[in-house]
Design a protein around this ligand. Sequence first.
Ligand code: APR
Length: 239
Amino acid sequence: MLESIKEKIKDSKKIVFVTGAGISQESGIPTFRGKDGLWRNHDVMQLATIDAFYDHPKLVWEWYNERRRNIFSSKPNLGHKAIAELEKFVKVVVLTQNIDGLHQRAGSKEVLELHGSIVTIRCTNCDFKGQILTEFTEIPPLCKCGNILRPNVVWFGEFLPQDVWQQAIIHASRCDLMIVVGTSLVVSPANTLPIYAKENNATIIEINPENTMMSSYMDFSIKSTSVKALPELISIFRD
Ligand code: APR
């Protein structure tokens, strides 16, 4: 398989990655769907909507505190690192649905966070926004202005940050290779990004141990984990 992929992609000039929870699974961060997925044991409507947050801010914050603890103690894996290394050889942009910051910690320079960041906190009322790595002991935490602080993530029913999304569309529309890693591609609008790439005649490769909604849409589907597949795939560009 790698030989046939190699011929097709070795001269790519601009590579866009679309990543999801699966790329961080081997760093010890659970995915959302699938057998150990967070949405198996947690009710998304109680934890990841703005209504849930205003109804039970303490409960939502407890859940985010736990996730922040896990994410901050996790490390980028060989999949994240392979993507970062690829920047040495070719133009790379990462469009990620992940909020964990692991691409940046692996060294990737151009990362667009479609669903925000768990590292960043913002006020529900004023303009305050900042990276906070310490744990909140008083929850819900309050802003200096007196209002509740929230994680700077995109909850269900909320819009993606529009400037980031517009940039993501532009990158997807201009790449000649898109590599889709570790996402079930069930969440919109991120799951439309491969369509923009296809309209530009880009080659699209999926890396995922399972079939997804769009596997049949891909030019190549690598049924493997990102830690196994990405270093090998990236070696095509190193040679
Ligand atoms: N390597 C590659 N892929 C993997 C691995 C791995 N080690 N482990 C699991 N996967 C795949 C699964 O097969 C699945 O297709 O990763 C995918 C994870 O899918 P989801 O859990 O649905 O995660 P994601 O697509 O990122 O979810 C999108 O939904 O609720 C949310 O906002 C949250 O950003 C998230 C969005």
